[in-house]
Write a protein that binds this ligand. Structure first.
Ligand code: IPE
Ligand code: MG
Length: 282
């Protein structure tokens, strides 16, 4: 009894000195520019499970733990927007058991995010699900909608979770919505039967952009894909023309503090150039 109490004290003292050192490190990093928006492609979960001989699906569970840790570090550091590619439309083509496992895990974790003690409540995070949510099963979609509704008033930070998402689907959807808007605005117009040239619909860049799922956030400063892969895999193609792409060798569940520090240092190295390019294009 006595020894477990002193063990607890040691753990607490160790924990608070680690978080003190982290805060000190983040303060030093904040002398330079801190990215406003970091997007992650969470790659390498299954490889992690194979590497450590874990059961099927355990890699995804380990990946969720590193997601929570990295989110906490990002918010401590002052990164306002974090976007994660959690499940792409193409991922639905994986083995049905795997899809089911990931969906069950997602449901469990979305419900967990809404608990009092969750990181979402601790840091005042608004959760936005981005993607073609109609493709999700009813329970997952309803949980996602509930999470968005319950966190809608939070404004300190925003977590964008891309599920049932691909960039091409987002662009096609935004283009369709822009057309529908214009058609609705023009009374007496019959879809597909423009009578004269002045009946033609003009869709501008701004129309499409206003219908993007990602429209709630500025473009990412950095896109990180873990596990050494350098493909974009149909993620944020529209939004990353001026983002730094970064590809650490670590598998997603291995990502931790030192990787995040390295990401920020890399960003700070190119930030003046990215800023100049943005100003030039705006
Ligand atoms: C990404 O990790 C997780 C999902 C988007 C479902 P992977 O499942 O792609 O893991 P690897 O790349 O095969 O190791
Ligand atoms: Mg992969």
């Amino acid at each position: 009894m006595e020894s477990s109490r002193s063990n607890n004290i040691v753990v607490k003292v160790f924990g608070s000195s680690v978080s003190y050192m982290r805060r000190w490190l983040f303060r030093a990093l904040s002398v330079g520019a801190i990215p406003r928006h970091v997007a992650f492609i969470l790659d390498g979960n299954r490889r992690y499970a194979r590497k450590w001989n874990l059961g099927e699906g355990m890699g995804h569970r380990a990946g969720f733990l590193s997601l929570m840790t990295l989110m906490k570090y990002c918010y401590e550091l002052g990164v306002k927007y974090v976007t994660i590619y959690a499940f792409s439309i193409d991922n639905f083509k994986r083995k049905p058991e795997e899809v089911q496992y990931v969906m069950d895990l997602m449901l469990e974790k979305i419900e967990g995010l809404l608990k009092e003690e969750s990181i979402v409540n601790q840091y005042g995070v608004r959760v936005e699900f981005v993607g073609n949510l109609k493709l999700l099963s009813d329970p997952v979609r309803l949980a996602a909608e509930k999470a968005m509704e319950l966190t809608a008033k939070n404004s300190r930070a925003i977590l964008l979770i891309a599920v049932a998402y691909t960039s091409t689907d987002e662009i096609a959807h935004a283009a369709q919505q822009s057309c529908l808007d214009k058609i609705q605005m023009r009374s007496g117009f019959c879809f597909g039967f423009a009578k004269a040239d002045d009946d033609a619909i003009t869709i501008r860049l701004g129309d499409v952009e206003s219908h993007m799922y990602m429209g709630v956030a500025p473009d990412p400063d950095i896109l990180v894909r873990t596990s050494g892969e350098t493909r974009l895999s149909n993620f944020l193609l529209w939004q990353t023309s001026n983002s730094l792409l970064y590809s650490p060798r670590a598998l997603w569940p291995e990502m931790g503090l030192r990787h995040l520090v390295w990401i920020v240092l890399n960003f700070q190295r190119v930030q003046p150039y990215l800023e100049r390019r943005r100003k030039l294009l705006s």
